[in-house]
Write a protein that binds this ligand. Structure first.
Ligand SMILES: *Cc1c(COP(=O)(O)O)cnc(C)c1O
Length: 244
């Protein structure tokens, strides 16, 4: 068993323990293995243990890896991949994302959502989407502010080729009530939007807290793959030359 597989096994145990402690079914929490900066072999090693969900942040890095991993997987006949885009999205990248990913967690503007919907190939299922919320209202962070969320949800929910599924956030470290606030936002919107079942929150360091507050998807990198050399959470550039 590779070190990645044994790490994943330990993460599965953490998730199961946290879910049970919260009175939840362990399978109600999906583990997204965040493979950014790690290669196709690492992905293939995990997919052979039944891991389907992988998260990537950088499109240029992800696309060649995804193609390699798919080849490898189809040769072995393992479970199909579910690819999650979890990095900031610029409008000039939406087409490739719409063509290659199953989920996007980082929608924060209507323009990006409209492009994803227009560009989603007709023969694919609708793209599954979460709206990223700047839950700690940090000046430098991606995501829509909580007060602007209801309006964005209304606009995104009617787009034909994407399916709005939930909310995503990366809270400021130390913001202890952030996961609960994101869950409350999702709950308040769910009466009008029945598909809004997902809460993408929790990473290697805080997945237990997130699960206690209702996370349905945890995005786990370091605890599975080890430390990344210098890669950090990226935010979208403040000016996007393709926007006008
Ligand atoms: C890198 C990244 C993660 C994984 O973080 P770890 O602390 O390594 O588990 C999760 N979510 C997003 C958006 C990321 O960019």
């Amino acid at each position: 068993m590779s070190v990645f597989s044994s790490n994943l096994q330990a993460v599965r145990q953490r998730v199961a323990k946290a879910a049970i402690a919260a009175g939840r079914e362990p399978r109600s929490v999906r583990i997204i293995a965040v493979s950014k900066t790690f290669g196709a072999q690492a992905i293939a090693a995990l997919s052979s243990t039944g891991q389907c969900d992988f998260g990537e942040n950088y499109l240029q890095e992800a696309l060649p890896k995804m193609a390699l991993a798919k080849e490898e997987a189809s040769a072995r006949g393992v479970a199909p991949f579910v690819w999650h885009m979890i990095g900031p999205l610029q409008s000039n990248k939406t087409r490739l994302v719409a063509e290659h990913f199953d989920w996007v967690h980082t929608v924060e503007r209507i323009k990006i959502a409209e492009r994803l919907s227009e560009q989603r190939p007709a023969h694919f299922a609708p793209l599954e989407v979460c709206i990223q919320v700047n839950i700690s209202a940090e000046a430098t962070k991606s995501g829509v502010l909580p007060e602007a969320l209801p309006e964005l949800v209304l606009a995104v929910a009617v787009l034909p080729r994407i399916r709005l599924r939930g909310l995503m956030a990366i809270p400021r470290p130390g913001d202890a009530s952030a996961f609960g606030r994101l869950a409350a936002l999702r709950d308040s919107l769910r009466a009008e939007h029945a598909d809004l079942t997902e809460l993408s929150m929790g990473m290697s360091a805080d997945l237990e807290d997130a699960i206690a507050k209702g996370a349905t998807m945890v995005r786990v990198g370091t605890a599975i793959f080890g430390a990344r050399g210098g890669a950090t959470l990226e935010r979208a550039p403040s000016s996007d030359p393709q926007d006008s």
